[in-house]
Design a binder for this molecule. Structure first.
Ligand code: ZN
Length: 406
């Protein structure tokens, strides 16, 4: 084979600032450590991030994404205000730091400013640490229209509803009616945790996905993030809606969320994409590999992600992640972004078109990319981003300061 080319991979769920706390939440504080105890640590860390820190962390993260083969990223962005909850002089300052990091590194960005209003299904006010995430519906819509006016070829702006627990039903209806039929990405965290499912049933009388499908016009504009805990009818409902499910296997494993019913969902024609979410791992290979391996461990079978039409598990999952990813990020032109693999890599010796995806997904641990092109520009050459060193230097200094400030 002469040219080993694969399409660029959309990363459809990321919280950039969390990259800086990767590996810092793995010590047991409590025998019942869970998502909820992790969240407390994450909030403490989030409290120290200002726009300059946001920029340095996002720039480092985006270099790592590009070097790993992600060519676009959906940034689910909720760190909006100052730590005490007051808006910055420019209310879009934190968003602009992310936009600048994407521009300076060359990754496509689908920015999803997050609406976050309450601290639980009962509508309680945000806690002190959540205050910098919060907006009224009016302030949120104003931020959205400011940012949407700045869209360009590689910057899309859509909306993110943090979760059903953080967005009251009337606010959700108000925002959806304000955007109407406008074509834009709409993302929401849903059914990640069993406690969230239980609370939703207790307060809204329905499971989260069941409630959402009954109360919102879920269609192909939508991305449901995680959707881990599903009944059969919820699974059928998502598949029929044509929404994409954002699967984030390394984060879901890291946080102990649970395992998505992949085989059943794919059998229904369900659409999926992958995301790096908390950014403990920045590797589409690891996401796709663990997407398949989680299923193998639970079913005690192999090649679960294959299909009757595509017997290669690697190729089937890769192609599903591209199709679902392009739908989710809504970036025109992203389908032309591409990766050129290193034909001299031992892990690719003797590769054929039939085995290329499986080699890429399952063989070894060394990065296999030679170059990465985004929007017609080569941003990674010989496996390295042109500004990797300068950006890493700034990041190291920034992290040192963040960690010693604590
Ligand atoms: Zn998330």
């Amino acid at each position: 084979m002469r040219d080993l080319v694969l399409p660029g991979i959309p990363n459809i769920h990321s919280h950039a600032f969390q990259r800086a706390m990767a590996g810092l939440a793995e010590r047991q504080l409590n025998p019942a450590d869970s998502f909820w105890t992790w969240r407390e640590l994450m909030y403490r860390f989030a409290g120290r991030i200002d726009p300059e820190a946001q920029y340095d962390i996002a720039a480092q993260l985006y270099v790592e994404m590009l070097e790993a083969g992600y060519t676009s990223v959906c940034e689910f962005h909720y760190l909006h205000h100052q730590p005490d909850g007051r808006p910055y002089a420019d209310p879009a300052a934190m968003s602009r730091a992310i936009i600048a990091a994407a521009r300076d590194t060359g990754i496509r960005l689908t920015l999803l400013p997050v609406l976050y209003m309450s601290g639980g299904f009962d509508g309680r006010a945000l806690s002190e640490r959540q205050r910098r995430f919060g907006h009224s519906v009016d302030a949120y819509l104003s931020l959205l229209s400011t940012l949407r006016a700045e869209q360009h070829e590689s910057l899309r702006v859509g909306i993110a509803l943090h979760s059903l627990r953080a967005v009251p039903a009337d606010a959700l209806a108000e925002v959806l009616s304000a955007i109407g039929d406008a074509v834009m990405p709409i993302h929401i965290h849903i059914a990640e945790q069993t406690a969230e499912v239980d609370d939703c049933i207790a307060v809204r009388g329905a499971r989260p996905v069941e409630w959402l499908l009954a109360n919102a016009p879920v269609d192909a504009r939508w991305t449901l993030v995680h959707a881990t805990h599903l009944s059969d009818s919820e699974m059928r409902g998502i598949a029929a809606s044509k929404a994409v499910v954002a699967l984030c296997p390394t984060t879901e494993a890291n946080l102990g969320d649970g395992l998505f019913p992949l085989r059943e969902f794919l059998a229904l024609g369900g659409r999926i994409g992958i995301g790096s979410d908390s950014n403990v791992s920045v590797s589409p290979v690891e996401e796709l590999r663990w997407l398949e391996y989680g299923q193998r461990l639970i079913t005690r079978q192999r090649n679960v992600g294959s299909s009757a039409a595509q017997p290669s598990a690697g190729q089937n999952l890769f192609e599903l992640a591209i199709a679902g990813g392009l739908q989710s990020c809504q970036q025109e032109g992203a389908a032309r972004d591409h990766l050129v693999l290193d034909a001299d890599a031992p892990a690719l010796a003797g590769v054929t078109p039939e085995t290329l995806h499986d080699r890429f997904v399952f063989a070894g641990n060394r990065p296999l990319l030679r170059s990465v092109s985004v929007a017609g520009r080569v941003v990674v050459e010989n496996g390295r981003h042109a500004q990797a060193e300068a950006i890493a230097r700034r990041y190291r200094g920034r992290l040192q300061a963040l960690l010693t400030d604590s």
